[in-house]
Design a protein around this ligand. Sequence first.
Ligand code: BGC
Length: 524
Amino acid sequence: MSQNWWDNAVIYQIYPRSFADSNSDGVGDLNGITGKLDYIADLGVDAIWISPFFVSPMKDFGYDVADYRAVDPIFGTNADFDRLLEQAHARGLKVLIDMVLAHCSDQHPWFVESRTSRDNPKADWFYWLDPKEDATEPNNWMSFFGGRTWTWDTARQQYYFHNFLPSQPNLNLSNPVVLDAMIDTCRFWLDKGVDGFRLDAIHTAKLDNDWTDNRPRPRTDGIRPEREFDYQAQDSAQLNQPSIQILSARLRELVDGYGDRFLMGELDGEDAVAVSKTFTEPGRLHSTYNFNLLRMEGSTVAEVREIIGDLARNFNDSNAISVAWSNHDIARVYDRMKRRIDVPEAYADDFAHMLFQLSTSLIGSTCVYQGEELGLDDADRLTRDQLQDPWGVARYSETFKGRDTCRTPMPWTQDQPNTGFSGDDLVESWLPIDERHKSKGGLDQQGKQGSMFERNKGHLSWRREQPALTHNGQIQLIDGGDNVIAFNRLSHDQSDTMLCLFNFSSQTQSVEGVDIPPWSSAFR
Ligand code: BGC
């Protein structure tokens, strides 16, 4: 099996609004990222993935694209992107960009034209359906962000379909002209030299005309789900339809023409493993982004072990999987994990470091979210009136504050105004910087012996030299007792092995003759 650069890569996810603000307008930008490439390269990751920075009305903060070929002025210019790419490559960093192919913005000229009439040239670029006889929606599907997947348009006297916000209409990718247009968009960025794509919510792309109603999700525990969306079983035609593989195949054909470009699909489903396998059959995507560690309620040690076992059973040797423990859509990892695992405060940093080591010791690639390297807490002290995420704003509850708590600006250094995010104290950043983050700035931690940054950097630098962890291969779980996650990592040809041990308790544990200090890992 030949090794691709992404097979066991560590990919650093950047949420551009919140990373670094070079022009002090309160919002992060591309030049801000370029200014921090030395920091990222120093951490020792292989690649960066930048969340969308294209022209957008920002209803979903960039995941609603109005021009796929232009950088939004708030983030800079196309020339800024070219410079970022060149500077990243000069430091040996690969660059993945986030392509949103399933839907665009309702401000995109395609949709603006499409909604004007039933017979304009773009009339069938989106899914327009007539109401039922009684004027109600064409089917019973619910949107991820609440409410129906249907919005009525007065000009056309029809409903249009959207899996997310009403301002994010699904593209009609069953129309070959639309499919070609999206492939051309990808080609545009490949020609610039990007190293691949994170494919946003690819399981929600629609390439067919099956509108079968969803069934109610069977509920055995009697508990009502928090979201309307979760009342329905997702096994009819809303998500993960076989026709999406037409898109996967087209994308693969495209990137194969460039060589060495990576396709990582974000998806989920009733049976995420089965879906991931379908998406990564030969001639399709290289990898899919796995959600199993991204549970809102956190996971117990036993559950983490189960998730790892599941990865091993299904993806050993193929490595066609990308894991993540944090991202821009969910509360930060340490806080989520502490909901289920009782970590004494004195060990908080050790715990954070151990989770970082664990997630970068699995098979496949690992996505690390900005700030994870610093051990940032979730910014859960945001008040309701500070929230910006449309989902959080609309659906706020005791238990759901939306996605802003992981999106607050990165802290850089206490020596500068605004902790170095904007470099100007008069500027109010789009979300406030969390008070607890101010003493954890990235530049302040960099070079400081024993800091979380240096510990994680040290681990990545050691990891790079370990063929057992970086040459594809397998995970073989072994019994380490209730409090230890224990497995062997094997390189693909099995000539290298590494015993990986993670102690989730305050007592030293011993496995296979190796002592593991409290809340620490051991590798042999
Ligand atoms: C992204 C979200 C976004 C959604 C719709 C995702 O899964 O990660 O941030 O809101 O797709 O584009």
